[in-house]
Design a binder for this molecule. Sequence first.
Ligand SMILES: CC(C)(COP(=O)(O)OP(=O)(O)OC[C@H]1O[C@@H](n2cnc3c(N)ncnc32)[C@H](O)[C@@H]1OP(=O)(O)O)[C@@H](O)C(=O)NCCC(=O)NCCS
Length: 343
Amino acid sequence: MLTRKVLKLISSRRGCQRLFFIKTASVNCRRAILEDFAGVVNINPNVLRGRDYVPARYDRIITDPNMSAYVAEVDNKIVAFACARLLDGGRTFLLLSGRVHVSYQGQGIMGKLVRHIKGRHSNNSNILYESFVTDGGNPLLSQVSQNSSEVLTRRVHCFAFPLHDIPLDALKLHGTQISTPTQEHLEKLMSENNCRLFPGGRLIVDWIPLRTDPQNVPLMIKTTHFHTDKSPEQDCLSFGSSYPCNIGLAYNLDIYGNHPESLRAHLHAHLLKIAHNVQRSREYCCDVVDKAHGGNPVNVHLLVYTCMTVDTAILQTLHKLGFPQMEYPVKTQIVMEKSFEKE
Ligand SMILES: CC(C)(COP(=O)(O)OP(=O)(O)OC[C@H]1O[C@@H](n2cnc3c(N)ncnc32)[C@H](O)[C@@H]1OP(=O)(O)O)[C@@H](O)C(=O)NCCC(=O)NCCS
């Protein structure tokens, strides 16, 4: 019996109209494996406006014991992909990296894949919440938001500049004491219930929405992280993660805190880190990034995520370094959450 039957009109390659009947009963959902790499990256090369992290991190996604990745196939062709990850000590089920081939969108395929993935977790009685992160303009938001609540909204600032243009001499820390917190230090910061830094006890690190739970620290420790705490006002914590993608070297910088001097020091420290990594690993940049761009100069595509009130300090700092803010369609990053509904 058909569970769902959807009629869709799409344009064929020849430009004429064709009728497609996609029956979700004929969609096969299964665990993704390393060998599915090509099928998965070919689903949609424009996810996240060319900033997709899945191609660069596919092996890690498949082999990470805390993640489970799934594909949906129609006629043995991979048409959709999504992953699940448990967070907050297993209390929260996060769905991420979802995408459906453009010819199959709007036909219930992601809905079927999501139900399949949740079904695989239905015996886990520890799971209380399900969440996902998206951007303010994503159409998915209106689809999923009816029974979910917005639990965190962050501002997105975009800067793009050539990798080799980072002005090392200008990146002075101006005496600001900046440190790389240890695991124990991060655990302490997470258990302190610091509402000024983390309103509602929430944060996002590299697009992963988290509660300020010390059990999430192993995930934070994998990033480039800095802390300043000369005084309570100057308290600032930041996390940076990079990966090569279609539009260059993507760098996600999540900053918590709003003291202008601290913000400047954190930005400088992350830019130094990017430049240092480039120098230290020419192979990484030249082979993976430069080659992927046919020898053209590689851009750093920096997205800085801050609380909604932070603006001028970030903009001024990067402007002074010669990196003006870029117009970018994504202005906000939003975490949605609801009670975990078993399938
Ligand atoms: C967004 C996208 C994945 C939706 O896929 P789709 O097959 O067109 O979606 P469907 O027809 O199944 O309708 C959406 C369904 O998926 C569910 N869904 C999709 N993503 C979800 C998520 N992250 N969490 C929970 N549910 C989700 C919706 O609730 C809805 O469920 P329903 O069938 O029970 O109503 C697809 O349009 C796409 O690939 N877009 C480009 C990539 C992208 O923007 N990804 C999302 C980044 S946040």
